[in-house]
Design a binder for this molecule. Structure first.
Ligand code: KG4
Ligand code: ZN
Length: 367
């Protein structure tokens, strides 16, 4: 270690944390206060989405994302402090996403956090982006450990057993595309624009979900993994088979695709809850959903039905806190800060960083 500003913190005092998020296409900063009892309050939460920068390309362009973070992050941090009425010098620690994600963007946020930490003499907390998603429900709903998390975003589709801060076990993941990515690709092939999820959901409302019976890959297998790439190919082949597509065709394809993924997510969640009940007898059954796809109502309805049947509590934080934001990073920082877990200033950004470190040995590419 070259140099360090690792601090020993006592744990129980109230803490004000600045959180910085730059791992994908949102430039975000927030101030969150965690009180002695462990309750969190969001004092500010500023998010600048880069939709306009990437719209013409039909997806996130990593270099453009990094450049936009460089242009806007300082202003977003200043705005977060202003809106919270907190001076930078008054925060107790600086938390930033240090991975996994697009490395150019991660470096912008993490390096900014290191510079602030060094200049202000404050501790740095290098946050795992997935951990930030995993802990958000404790900020918004005060959920107690343990719980099952379903993370469904543009980059991830995972079931994770959340046992405590820093204590995670991944039970399943996608073996190809993430669920949000599948929505985005289907939207692209139907010329619905980017990001695809909201567009597919909107047009699906006027479609017939039974017109096409798309495959449900892996569903018959007793594992908690997902696979969406075959489904996406089936959608493409169907679209090509009935081209040129009229408006009703597009709506029917979108609705049929959404029905397939809602069923897949529902069945898998039922299996995951059954495993939770078997492995953690006596623990309340709790399913927490995180990630941008949590906004999808068809999936939400499927999860409500599954949780109702299983006697599980379904927790979906407010959608702006399910998608990428600074408050979740600040909160994860606050939870770690309360445990005295700060990081050295030479902490290296990680493009891949699975929550469950056992996965690193089994799947070196896992994130
Ligand atoms: O969590 P998020 O904001 O960013 C990361 O990927 O980390 O998730 C974005 C993803 C995109 O793929 C987007 O298409 C998808 O979430 N999404 C949706 C909906 N809203 C956003 N997918 C399905 N239905 C939606 N309503
Ligand atoms: Zn995310």
């Amino acid at each position: 270690m070259l140099w360090s500003n690792q601090f020993v913190v006592t744990g129980q005092a109230q803490a004000t944390i600045l959180g910085i998020e730059t791992s994908c296409d949102e430039t975000a900063a927030a101030i969150v206060v965690r009180d002695q009892s462990g309750r969190g309050t969001i004092s500010s939460n500023v998010v600048r989405s880069q939709l306009d920068e990437h719209a013409a390309f039909g997806g996130v362009v990593p270099e453009l994302a990094a450049r936009a973070h460089v242009s806007y992050l300082d202003h977003i941090i200043a705005q977060a402090c202003r809106e919270a009425g907190v001076a930078l010098g008054d925060v107790d620690a600086i938390a930033a996403t240090a991975g996994p994600g697009l490395i150019g963007g991660v470096l912008v946020g993490l390096t900014t956090a290191k510079a602030l930490a060094a200049a202000l003499g404050k501790p740095l907390i290098a946050v795992n982006h997935l951990e930030a998603h995993a802990l958000t429900a404790r900020l918004t709903d005060g959920v107690q450990f343990p719980y099952l998390m379903l993370l469904v975003s543009g980059g991830h589709s995972q079931f994770v057993l959340v046992r405590g801060v820093g204590d995670y076990q991944r039970w399943g993941t996608t073996i190809d595309d993430a669920l949000g990515e599948a929505f985005d690709k289907v939207a692209k092939l139907l010329s619905l624009g980017h990001p695809g999820g909201p567009a597919v959901e909107a047009i699906a409302r006027s479609g017939d979900p039974r017109r096409f019976r798309f495959p449900r890959p892996l569903l018959r297998e007793a594992r908690l993994d997902f696979s969406f790439s075959g489904l996406k190919t089936a959608v493409r082949l169907q679209a090509e088979a009935i081209a040129p597509l009229g408006d009703q065709d597009v709506a029917d394809i979108a609705a049929s695709f959404q029905a397939a993924v809602a069923e897949i997510v529902g069945v898998r969640s039922e299996q995951a809850l059954a495993r939770f009940a078997a492995e953690l007898p006596g623990a309340p059954l709790q399913l927490v959903v995180a990630g941008g796809v949590a906004a999808n109502r068809a999936i939400g309805t499927a999860l409500e039905a599954v949780c109702g049947k299983a006697g599980a509590t379904l927790i979906v934080p407010p959608i702006p806190l399910c998608t990428d934001n600074g408050a979740m990073v600040a909160w994860a920082g606050a939870e770690r800060f309360a445990l005295g877990a700060t990081d050295p200033l030479d902490f290296t950004a990680r493009p891949r960083w699975p929550l469950d470190l056992d996965d690193m040995q089994v799947h070196p590419d896992a994130a």
